[in-house]
Design a protein around this ligand. Structure first.
Ligand code: GLN
Length: 345
């Protein structure tokens, strides 16, 4: 993450109200892809056996603007299981169904500062679950999905995530079976939460729905469309369909900023300045509110479980496309409106 970039920070990269033209976006996307295409740092996750078979050379990225412009590069159409990148979208659906106050109360929104599958995060915090972007809070969030049975919850969830993607999403059966056979830790987390009164459905069934949600197949392009829907007040910019009510988007993005990259979320925000979410199969989404989103796919991960090439590409594009939400230009450098005194350097 911290190696120097092939360019300097500059005022040219200050965040503006819109994405640059599609032509410029495409140029920067292709340049970024070229810069990182052959980077070979990181390792493919293997704690879910089916994921260990992923080809580490796969690399794709996509940018979808809030106005519906699309730019894809490399393996942007290659399917992979969404894994943790599902978390913000399921959280969004639960906010939409129950109201954001309920999720604040029942799950929490503070960063844990600990790895995605931490049990210590539950033990060390009085509220037990703290954040929907790590496994404990995510399983609790999934347990809040409307429906009396696991099947009803599943239908609600897959319908909602499909609205974000703009197409019907399907489960990767091999990944689902592989994770189901090995997810004792997540089962343990669900039971622990149940013991603390912080799970809102049967723990085994909640873990099963969560495991299925993680096994949904998406592409980097899909992730960009899903992210752009959160950047566009809940309206999918490709299909025009409303995935969630506009007022929830800002809260989903705020929670993403606190924990989207787990214990590396602070460093991510410091360098990149927009909320993002990573997943263990190598997917990432980064969202620039009002502008659009970047979806990436590259299986090799750093030691916190975040895609290495994905982080580098998003950092490059955040600078080049002026996405950093915290960037400002000194007023003295802007051309003064007629008759206004300016503070000049
Ligand atoms: N299904 C994975 C798990 O719960 C998701 C984790 C991730 O993508 N970081 O372990």
């Amino acid at each position: 993450m911290h190696e120097s970039l092939p360019f300097e920070d500059s005022l040219a990269s200050i965040s503006t109200g819109d994405l640059p033209s599609l032509l410029e976006v495409e140029q920067h996307l292709h340049e970024a892809y070229g810069h990182y295409r052959y980077d070979d740092d990181g390792a493919v996750a293997d704690y879910i056996p089916a994921l260990a078979q992923a080809d580490p050379s796969l690399f794709g990225a996509s940018i979808v603007g809030a106005a519906g412009n699309v730019a894809d590069v490399g393996d942007a159409a290659h399917p992979f299981s969404i894994q943790s990148v599902s978390k913000p979208f399921v959280f969004a659906l639960v906010c939409d169904a129950l109201g954001h106050e309920q999720v604040l109360d029942k799950v929490g929104v503070n960063g844990t500062g600990l790895p995605f599958n931490s049990v210590m995060a539950i033990e060390l915090n009085q509220d037990r679950t703290m954040n929907p972007m790590v496994n404990a809070g995510a399983i609790a969030t999934t347990s809040l999905i409307p429906g009396r049975s696991g099947e009803e919850k599943w239908e609600f969830l897959v319908d909602g995530l499909s609205r974000f993607a703009g197409r019907r999403l399907e489960v990767d059966d091999a990944v689902y079976a592989s994770e189901t056979a090995t997810n004792l830790r997540n089962q343990g987390i669900a039971h622990l939460l149940d013991g603390y009164g912080r799970l809102y459905f049967d723990p085994d069934e909640a873990t099963d729905v969560y495991t299925r949600q993680c096994s949904l197949l998406v592409t980097a392009h899909d992730l960009a469309v899903m992210g752009a829907t959160l950047a566009d007040g809940g309206i999918n910019p490709i299909t025009g369909e409303q995935a969630i009510e506009p007022r929830h988007c800002k809260r989903v993005l705020a929670v993403l900023a606190t924990a989207g990259l787990y214990e590396r979320s602070g460093e991510w925000l410091y360098e990149i300045g927009i909320p993002g979410k990573s997943g263990v199969s190598g997917g990432m989404v980064a969202i620039a509110p009002g502008k659009g989103a970047i979806g990436t796919f590259s299986p090799p991960l750093d030691d916190a479980g975040n895609s290495v090439r994905g982080q580098r590409l998003v950092k490059y594009l955040s600078e080049r496309l002026g996405l950093n939400m915290f960037a400002s230009k000194p007023i003295g450098l802007a051309s003064p409106p007629a008759g206004t005194a300016r503070r000049l350097a």
